[in-house]
Design a protein around this ligand. Structure first.
Ligand code: SF4
Length: 355
C-alpha cells in the first residue's frame, strides 16, 4: 500500500482507525508529541486485540494505522493486530523511529511485524538522528526495500526553509531514487516540544472563515483504550466530552464508526473547524488560543453545542457535508500533504506511486 493511498483516505470519515499500541519509547526526542519514555503507560495487548476482533468484512475500517510511543516495542502485538485486521478485509500500517537500527540485523520479531503490515512508515528528523544514525537508518531501509516492503519516510523539520529538510530529502533521493515517498511536516508545539517551541502570537481575525479539521476524520484508540475523535495527542490527556467516542474494552467498531459519522460536534469540526464554530455559534468572541485549544473548550459552551446540533440536523447540512467529503476525496493525497505537511515538499508523497 503506497503512502499516497493512505493519505487520500486520511480525510474520509471513519475510513481508518489509529491505534497507539504503547506510549513507551526507548528514544528521547526533544519534539516527542506523546511525551514518551520507557516508563510511560502501556495497556494489555488484549484490549487492542478485542477491539480489532470486532471488525467484520461488512463493517470495518479500510486501514488500521498503528503507532506509539514506539509501536515496534510490541512486535508480536503489531503482527497479530495486522493479521486479525486483514482477516476482516482491513489493511494496516505501522510507524516506527527505528530504535533497533544500530543492531547488526533487524530482530526477527520486528521483521515479521513489518512484513505483516501493508505499509511501513519511518520517522526521520534531527532529534531521531541524535540517537539513531542516518547510515543505520539507510541500511535498514535498503534491506526492507530489498524485501519488497512498501515504505515511506516521515520527515520533520522546523519550517519550509529548514536546511535539515533539504539535506535529508536530498540524501534519501540520492540513495534510493524515487523508491521512498516522503511526508514532510513542521514540528508542532505538542508534547515535549510545547516547552521549547516558540509560539507565534496571534490576534483574532476580523472575519473567521471555515477551516475544516481533517484530523477529526479517523477515530483514535489511545494508549489506555480510550477512543477519541481526533489525532491530537494532547486530547488524550484531558478528553473534552465532544471528542470522546468510547473505549476499546467495551465498544465495537460498528458503534465507533456510527458515533464518528453521527456526532453533530465531530461532523461540524470536519465541515467548519473549531474557530468558525466558536465564532459563528458561540457568543461571537473568538480568543487567540489557536485552532486545537479553541476546539478543546467547545463543549464547555452548552448553547453552542445546542446550536451546532440544530444546524447539523438540517438536511441541507448533510448535502454540504457530502459535497465537502467528495471534494476532499477528489483532491487526494497531494492536497492532504499540502495542507497538513510542508507544501513545498508535498509532491514527495507521490514518489513511486502506482500510475
Ligand atoms: S481541532 Fe479539535 S478535532 Fe481537530 S485536531 Fe484539534 S483538537 Fe482534534
Amino acid at each position: 500500500m503506497h503512502l499516497s493511498e493512505l493519505l487520500s483516505l486520511r480525510s474520509i470519515p471513519a475510513a481508518g482507525v489509529s491505534v497507539g499500541v504503547t506510549r513507551r519509547c526507548p528514544l528521547k526526542c526533544a519534539h516527542c508529541s506523546t511525551n514518551s519514555t520507557m516508563a510511560s503507560e502501556q495497556a494489555p495487548g488484549e484490549l487492542f486485540l478485542r477491539f480489532v476482533d470486532t471488525f467484520r468484512p461488512d463493517s470495518r475500517p479500510e486501514v488500521l494505522s498503528m503507532s506509539g510511543g514506539e509501536a515496534l516495542l510490541r512486535p508480536e502485538l503489531v503482527r497479530e493486530l495486522a493479521e486479525r485486521a486483514r482477516r476482516a478485509g482491513a489493511r494496516s500500517s505501522v510507524l516506527s523511529g527505528l530504535f533497533f537500527a544500530t543492531a547488526s540485523r533487524i530482530p526477527p520479531a520486528i521483521r515479521e511485524a513489518i512484513a505483516a503490515v501493508d505499509h511501513f512508515s519511518v520517522s526521520i528528523d534531527a532529534y531521531h538522528e541524535q540517537q539513531v544514525p542516518r547510515p543505520d537508518v539507510f541500511r535498514v531501509l535498503g534491506q526492507l526495500l530489498a524485501d519488497g516492503v512498501d515504505l515511506s519516510v516521515h520527515v520533520v523539520g522546523q519550517d519550509a526553509g529548514d536546511p535539515y529538510i533539504e539535506g535529508i530529502v536530498g540524501d534519501i533521493r540520492r540513495e534510493f531514487g524515487d523508491r521512498v515517498p516522503m511526508l514532510v511536516n513542521a514540528v508542532s508545539a505538542f508534547g515535549r516540544a510545547r516547552t521549547w517551541l516558540r509560539r507565534i502570537s496571534r490576534t483574532a481575525p476580523a472575519v473567521v472563515e471555515a477551516n475544516p479539521c481533517a484530523m477529526a476524520a479517523w477515530p483514535v484508540v489511545g494508549f489506555d483504550g480510550t477512543i477519541v475523535a481526533c489525532g491530537n495527542d494532547d486530547v488524550l490527556d484531558d478528553v473534552p466530552p465532544h471528542l470522546r467516542l468510547g473505549h476499546a474494552a467495551s465498544d465495537d467498531w460498528a458503534a465507533i464508526e456510527a458515533r464518528t459519522l453521527a456526532s453533530g460536534m465531530v461532523r461540524a469540526l470536519r465541515l467548519f473547524g473549531p474557530e468558525y464554530m466558536a465564532a459563528r455559534y458561540g457568543d461571537g468572541r473568538l480568543g487567540c488560543d489557536g485552532y486545537c485549544a479553541t476546539c478543546m473548550k467547545l463543549s464547555g459552551d452548552a448553547p453552542l453545542v445546542e446550536r451546532i446540533d440544530l444546524t447539523m440536523a438540517k438536511p441541507s447540512t448533510a448535502v454540504l457535508e457530502a459535497q465537502a467529503t467528495a471534494l476532499q476525496w477528489r483532491a487526494g493525497a497531494l492536497a492532504f500533504a499540502r495542507r497538513h505537511g510542508v507544501p513545498r515538499y508535498a509532491e514527495l508523497a507521490l514518489l513511486g506511486a502506482p500510475a
